[in-house]
Ligand binder design. Structure first.
Ligand code: FES
Length: 142
């Protein structure tokens, strides 16, 4: 390798690294959601208010948070079901559409069925199903 070739590659590598450093915060801003909770946590609304089991009547659904991570809880056949609302593609927050019983990601058109399985689009994995417990009317997810 010539001296000139070496410096051209070095400069290209430095620009590439600085480009990554520049775009990483922008990507983190665009795709901020991550599953980062662990253990059993209370399901709350976006203002931190407790969401109770009786608020979710048959067919109703709520988007809320578990320790800052978005989740969706809904009642179907008189059973409460819960999924992480974090899309497995790039982490956008999915929405539940009860009429079609699908979860839809607004970012790249990913769709999941009622069991969280991918039925369309780029998501590589199913949505994370969460375990639901009711304690003194509060919804606890793990
Ligand atoms: Fe959900 Fe891309 S982030 S489909």
């Amino acid at each position: 390798m010539t001296r000139r070739g070496f410096f051209e590659k070095l400069i290209a590598a430095l620009f590439g690294a600085s480009g990554l450093a520049f775009f990483a915060p922008a990507l983190a801003y665009l795709y901020p959601n991550k599953n980062f909770f662990s253990g059993t946590r209370e399901f709350v609304d976006l203002n931190g208010r407790t969401i109770t089991a009786e608020e979710l009547t048959e067919g109703a659904s709520r988007v809320g948070l578990i320790q800052g991570s978005p989740a969706i809880v809904f009642r179907r056949n008189n059973e409460l079901l819960a999924f992480s609302a974090v899309c497995t593609h790039f982490g956008c927050t999915v929405a539940y559409e009860p009429a079609d019983e699908v979860f839809v990601c607004p970012c790249h058109g990913g769709e999941y069925d009622i069991e969280g399985n991918v039925i369309e689009g780029p998501p590589p994995k199913p949505l994370t199903k969460l375990k639901v417990q009711i304690e003194s009317g509060k919804i606890l997810l793990s």
